[in-house]
Design a protein around this ligand. Structure first.
Ligand code: MEV
Length: 308
């Protein structure tokens, strides 16, 4: 039997714009998904059929990287589904890690590449930020050109992303979850359609790219006030891209009196927001008073871990 685990993620700056090749910054979070794999006489996932649509990422991962006999897979996850916290990336990375561990040594870069292909195939369009952050752990900066902390490059068509390890100071983040699960694929497709027809949306994508690099610099010099302002602006621009939700706006507004800044995170359309704060209890209470469920997350240094 093999076993692998991989963390969820939270995008600090740059979601959606990263699909167009703009920079983005994410951190792995201390919520993990674990996958166990053992040889069996028929295919099973959590005792059910691999054909169930809720296992689309797992099935694609199996199709892409397993030529052997049937397996019994078991998945345990602490990451709420469809809430912008990287549940599909984590299950994809952990599944690929468990399959790789049955076959030999596990290489996080190879898993990150395969996981991106799985996510791209299931979602229709994607960037490697979620899958590479889950595979590497810690904080990950995506940009076109390779620089300090370079990990690997991933290409798709004319888009190219260089993934980097980013050193960030410890920050306190409170996540507010709307409880509304929204599929990433249609949201990403909707942004593409908007960018193709509306120059304001195309300008928003470019501005988000600049915000990400300014935001990284602000976090690195511990200027949380500036980082928070940039998060607030990023949230506005994500609304211009059409991926907001009234509950996200409500939670962001509720959090801001006790936060440096707040924004939606991940694909949007529901899902989650987070606030950068030094008053986490006040922010948590404010989001809960506004009807959300809220919890603190920390950067998770560990990425994919797998053993035979
Ligand atoms: C989803 O967590 C992040 C998006 O930018 C999609 C992607 O990068 O594949 C919305």
């Amino acid at each position: 039997m093999s076993r692998a685990s991989a963390p969820g993620k939270l995008i600090l700056f740059g979601e959606h714009a990263v699909v167009f090749g703009e920079p983005a910054l994410a951190t792995a979070i201390d919520l993990r998904t674990e996958v166990f794999a053992r040889l069996h006489d028929e295919w099973l996932v959590d005792g059910a059929s691999l054909k169930d649509t809720k296992y689309a990422y797992v099935r694609r991962a199996v199709d892409s990287s397993w030529k052997g006999p049937p397996l019994w897979l078991e998945i345990r996850s602490m990451i709420p589904l469809g809430c912008g916290l990287g549940s599909s990336a984590a299950v994809t990375v952990a599944t690929l890690g468990a399959l790789a561990a049955l076959q030999g040594p596990v290489d996080p870069e190879a898993v990150a590449r395969a996981a991106f292909e799985v996510e791209h195939a299931v979602q229709g369009r994607a960037s490697p930020i979620d899958t590479s952050t889950s595979a590497h752990g810690a904080a990950v900066l995506v940009r076109r050109a390779a620089g300090d902390g370079f990990l690997w490059t991933i290409e798709k068509g004319d888009r190219r992303w260089s993934l980097h390890h980013a050193s960030l100071p410890g920050v306190r983040l409170v996540v507010g979850n709307t409880g509304i699960a929204a599929a990433t694929g249609p949201l990403v497709a909707g942004v593409k359609a908007r960018v193709d027809r509306d120059p304001r949306a195309a300008a928003a994508v470019a501005e988000i790219g600049e915000i990400t690099l300014d935001g990284l610099r602000a976090l690195q010099r511990r200027d949380l006030v500036r980082a928070g302002e940039l998060m607030d602006r990023d949230h506005e621009l994500l609304n211009v891209l059409g991926v907001g939700h009234p509950l996200l706006d409500k939670f962001v507004e509720a959090a801001r009196p006790h936060a440096f800044g707040a924004k939606l995170t991940g694909a949007g359309g529901g899902g989650s927001m987070f606030a950068l704060t030094d008053e986490p209890e006040e922010v948590r209470a404010a989001i809960e008073a506004a009807g959300g469920s809220a919890f603190l997350v920390e950067t998770e240094p560990r990425g994919l871990e797998a053993s035979p």
